[in-house]
Design a protein around this ligand. Structure first.
Ligand code: ADP
Ligand code: MG
Length: 690
C-alpha cells in the first residue's frame, strides 16, 4: 500500500504530509493524537443537572431558523428529545450549511457543551451527526482522537476526520508486522504492534492510549539501546589497543615523590580502573566523572605517565584556551622534574611556533601535547600516540572525540567531565564508555557558603569583600556572557571593573573576557594566580576548570541569567584551598520563577549530582546538554527523564539480547533485524564507526 492509495490525497495534501516527515503509510500511523474527546456519554436533556461539557444529546429537529440581527445574526436548530425537553444549537458563522443540510423531523445528535441562558439550554457550534436508525446510536458512543494540527495541514484542508479515516484505512489494509520478541512483550505486559496502533487511533476507553503508548516508547528505547549494545559489544569491545606495560618509573616517581598530597580514594580507584584498561590489550574508552574540584587532573596525569612509561605519546584536549593553558602550567609544574617534553598547542599561536610544534609532535620529540581543538586539526600528526585525554568532554561532540582517536592507531581514550550527568542520561548517552566516578572532594575542603543578596546589600557585601582580601583572600566577580560575540556583556564586565576600581582604589583588579587575545588573558590570569591581582572581574570564560586555590570569594552578578549547572561550575572555582569560601549570588531586578528555583537550589546544596538532576528536570535533556552534537537521540515518544523505568528495562533486554544473538540471525529476530539495520547504521555513522 502507498500513501497515494488514500482517498482525497491531492498532491497539495501529500506535500503537506511530507513536510511533516510523513512519506509512507507507516509514517502516518506513527502520527499520534495529542488528545482524545470522550464522546461515550450520551445523555437525555431532562436528566441534565446544570451546564456540562463534552456530552452527546440525541433528539429530533423541531425547528431550523434564522435569529438576531447584525452582529448577533445566527442560525438556530431546536432539538427536542424523547421526554420533550429542548436544547438550542446556535451557529454565529457557517450556519447556512446546517440550514441546507438538515430538515425538521430528522433525528440527529449534538455533541458539545451545554450552557444555560435564562431558562433555555443551548449549545454553541455543536457537532451534528444524522442518525438514520437506532443502531447508529451505538456507533456515536466513541472516543474521538484529535491529531496535532499545523498551518500546512490547514492550508491543505486536512482535517482530523480525514486523518483518522486515512489511518483507519491503512490499519485495515496494511499488514502490521511485530518485530519485538514476543517473550519480551509478554514479560513487560506490552501490547503487540497492531493492537497498540488500534488502541492509539481507536481507543475503547480513555485509558487505553496511554498503555499503548508505553509500547511505542519501549520500542524506540529498545532499538536505541540495541544499537548502543551493538556498538559497544561488536565494534568497540573487541578493538585491540596498545598493551601498556603498567606503571613504570615516571608514574612511580610522580605518585610517590612529586605529588604534594595523598590521592583520595576516588582518585586511586579511578587510576586503578585506568591501569587495568591500559594493560588489558584492549582499547580503553573510559569516562571519568567527578564534581568540580574533585581532582581529575591528577588522575589524568597518572594515566599520561603510564603512557610515557610504555614509550608512547599522549594528548590532552580542553575546550577553551584558558583551560588548556592552565592544564599546561599545572602539568609542567607537577611533572617538571621528570624531564618530559610537554608542549601547548592552541589556535592562536604564530605559524612559526606551530610549524616547530608540529615537527616535534610528528618526530616524537614531544611527549605530551596539551591544547584546544587545535590538536585535532589536519596537519597534527603523532609519531606514536598511545593515550588521548579529553577534558570537559561534554563540551565536545562525539565526532570530535573520534577525531582525536583518529590521530593515532587506536589510542586509549580517557574522557573527563565535571558536569555529573544524571544516571538516566549517562545510560543513554555514554553507553559506549566505561564509567569511573570520583565522589569525594579532597580532605580539608570546607563547603562553600552560598547566599543570595540583593542590590540593597551591596555596600555590606563590598565591606565583606575588602575584609576578606585584607585577610589574604582573593575574589572573582563574574558577569554573564549574553552571547559569544556580544558587545553587551563586555560592557557589563568592563563597567564592573571600573566600579570596583572606583570603590577599591587601593586594590589591584583585573579583567578577563573571551575577546582578549591569548597573551592578554594569560597575562591577567597569571597576575591573579600569583596574587598580584586581588580581584578578577570576568565573564564566563573562567567557568571551566580555572584553578586558583587562594581565591575564596565569588560574586555572581545577574545570577538569574545563568543556568544551574553553569552556576555550579562557576562556584567550583572557589572552595579549593584551606580558606572558608563564599559565593554570593546577586540577581538583577527581574527574577522569573525558574530562576528563583535555580538560586534556591544553589543555596541548598553543593552536590553536583543533585544539581544536575534538578537542572535536567528544569531544562529537559536537549537544553541541559546544550549542543545538538551532544549526541542525544531525539526520541519521539519517550522522555528519558520521565521514562527511566522503561529505559532501564529497554537497556537490560537489549544488552542481553545482543549478547545472545549479536547479528540478530536467529529466525525469531528476522523482523527485528530488518527494522534495526537502518537505526544502527545511523547511530554508527554518528559515532564515526560503521
Ligand atoms: P577538577 O576535578 O575540577 O578538574 P582539579 O583537578 O582542578 O579538579 O583539582 C582541584 C584542586 O584540588 C587542585 O588545586 C588540585 O591540586 C587539588 N587536589 C587534587 N587532588 C587532591 C588531593 N588528593 N588532595 C588535595 N588536593 C588535591
Ligand atoms: Mg578540571
Amino acid at each position: 500500500m502507498k500513501l497515494t492509495d488514500l482517498p482525497y490525497l491531492s498532491s497539495l495534501r501529500a506535500q503537506a504530509l511530507q513536510k511533516h516527515g510523513i512519506d509512507s503509510p507507516e509514517d502516518l500511523l506513527m502520527l499520534f493524537p495529542f488528545r482524545y474527546i470522550d464522546r461515550t456519554r450520551v445523555q437525555s436533556l431532562s436528566s441534565l443537572q446544570g451546564e456540562q461539557e463534552n456530552i452527546t444529546i440525541i433528539g429530533t429537529i423541531k425547528a431550523i431558523r434564522d435569529a438576531g440581527f447584525d452582529r448577533k445574526k445566527r442560525v438556530e436548530i431546536i432539538l427536542q428529545d424523547k421526554q420533550g425537553a429542548e436544547v438550542k444549537g446556535v451557529w454565529f458563522r457557517g450556519g447556512g450549511y446546517f440550514k441546507r443540510e438538515y430538515k425538521t423531523g430528522e433525528q440527529v445528535s449534538f455533541f458539545g457543551t451545554v450552557r444555560i441562558f435564562g431558562r433555555d439550554l443551548s449549545m454553541a457550534h455543536p457537532e451534528v451527526e444524522r442518525i438514520r436508525s437506532d443502531r447508529e446510536i451505538e456507533t456515536l458512543k466513541r472516543i474521538v482522537p484529535v491529531y496535532p494540527g499545523n498551518s500546512e495541514f490547514s492550508k491543505a484542508r486536512i482535517t482530523h476526520r480525514m486523518l483518522h479515516n486515512w489511518i483507519n484505512r491503512i490499519l485495515e489494509q496494511l499488514p502490521i508486522q511485530e518485530f519485538l520478541p514476543e517473550s519480551l512483550l509478554e514479560s513487560l505486559s506490552l501490547p503487540v504492534r497492531n493492537q497498540a496502533f488500534q488502541a492509539i487511533h481507536n481507543p475503547e476507553t480513555m485509558e487505553a492510549p496511554a498503555a499503548a503508548l508505553e509500547r511505542f516508547k519501549f520500542e524506540e528505547l529498545f532499538l536505541f539501546e540495541l544499537s548502543m549494545a551493538r556498538l559497544k559489544q561488536v565494534c568497540i569491545e573487541p578493538l585491540e589497543g596498545h598493551r601498556f606495560s603498567g606503571p613504570g618509573s615516571y608514574t612511580e616517581t610522580f605518585l610517590n615523590d612529586l605529588l604534594p598530597f595523598q590521592l583520595t580514594n576516588g582518585q586511586s580507584d579511578a587510576l586503578e580502573d585506568i591501569r587495568k584498561d591500559l594493560t588489558s590489550g584492549r582499547q580503553m574508552h573510559r569516562l571519568l566523572q567527578g564534581d568540580v574540584g574533585s581532582g581529575k587532573t591528577v588522575v589524568a596525569a597518572g594515566a599520561i605517565l603510564m603512557a610515557m612509561d610504555s614509550g608512547y605519546q599522549a594528548v590532552l584536549m580542553a575546550p577553551t584556551e584558558i583551560l588548556a593553558e592552565q592544564h599546561y602550567h599545572t602539568l609542567t609544574r607537577l611533572l617538571g622534574e621528570l624531564n618530559l617534553e610537554i608542549r601547548l598547542l592552541t589556535g592562536g599561536q604564530s605559524s612559526r611556533l606551530r610549524r616547530d610544534l608540529l615537527t616535534a609532535i610528528e618526530g616524537g620529540a614531544c611527549d605530551l601535547v596539551v591544547g584546544t581543538h587545535a590538536v585535532i586539526q589536519q596537519g597534527v600528526r603523532f609519531r606514536k600516540l598511545g593515550l588521548a585525554v579529553v577534558d570537559e568532554q561534554h563540551r565536545f561532540g562525539v565526532q570530535q572525540r573520534s577525531a582525536i582517536l583518529g590521530k593515532g592507531d587506536h589510542p586509549h581514550l580517557l574522557a573527563m567531565s565535571a558536569t555529573p550527568i544524571p544516571r538516566s542520561l549517562a545510560m543513554t548517552l555514554y553507553s559506549d564508555l566505561d564509567l569511573s566516578t570520583i565522589r569525594e572532594l579532597p580532605a580539608g575542603r570546607e563547603p562553600v557558603r552560598t547566599a543570595v543578596r540583593t542590590e540593597k546589600a551591596r555596600d555590606d557585601l563590598y565591606r565583606f569583600l575588602e575584609q576578606n582580601i585584607d585577610e589574604g583572600g582573593q575574589a572573582y566577580i563574574v558577569y554573564p556572557l549574553v552571547e559569544e560575540s556580544s558587545a553587551m556583556d563586555l560592557k557589563d564586565a568592563t563597567l564592573g571593573l571600573q566600579k570596583i576600581q572606583h570603590r577599591f582604589p587601593g586594590l589591584e583588579a583585573g579583567l578577563v573576557h573571551g575577546r582578549m587575545s591569548q597573551e592578554e588573558k594569560e597575562h591577567v590570569m597569571g597576575r591573579f594566580y600569583n596574587g598580584e591581582l586581588k580581584i578578577l572581574v570576568a565573564t564566563t570564560v573562567i567557568e571551566v576548570g580555572v584553578d586558583v586555590p587562594n581565591a575564596n570569594v565569588m560574586i555572581i552578578e545577574h545570577a538569574e541569567r545563568f543556568g544551574l549547572s553553569q552556576l555550579h561550575q562557576l562556584r567550583g572555582r572557589i572552595g579549593r584551598g584551606e580558606r572558608q569560601s563564599y559565593c554570593i549570588l546577586m540577581p538583577g531586578e527581574k527574577v522569573g520563577n525558574s530562576a528563583r528555583i535555580r538560586l534556591k537550589k544553589m543555596v541548598e546544596t553543593g552536590d553536583g549530582f543533585e544539581i544536575a538532576e534538578t537542572d535536567l528536570k528544569l531544562r529537559g535533556p536537549g537544553d541541559f546538554l546544550g549542543t545538538k552534537q551532544s549526541g542525544l537521540p531525539e526520541f519521539r515518544y519517550a522522555d528519558i527523564v520521565e521514562d527511566q523505568w522503561l529505559l532501564a528495562r529497554a537497556k537490560e533486554s537489549a544488552w542481553s539480547l545482543m549478547r545472545r544473538d549479536p547479528d540478530l540471525s536467529a529466525p525469531e529476530h528476522r523482523e527485528l533485524a530488518r527494522v534495526f539495520e537502518p537505526v544502527f547504521r545511523e547511530r554508527a555513522a554518528w559515532f564515526g564507526l560503521g
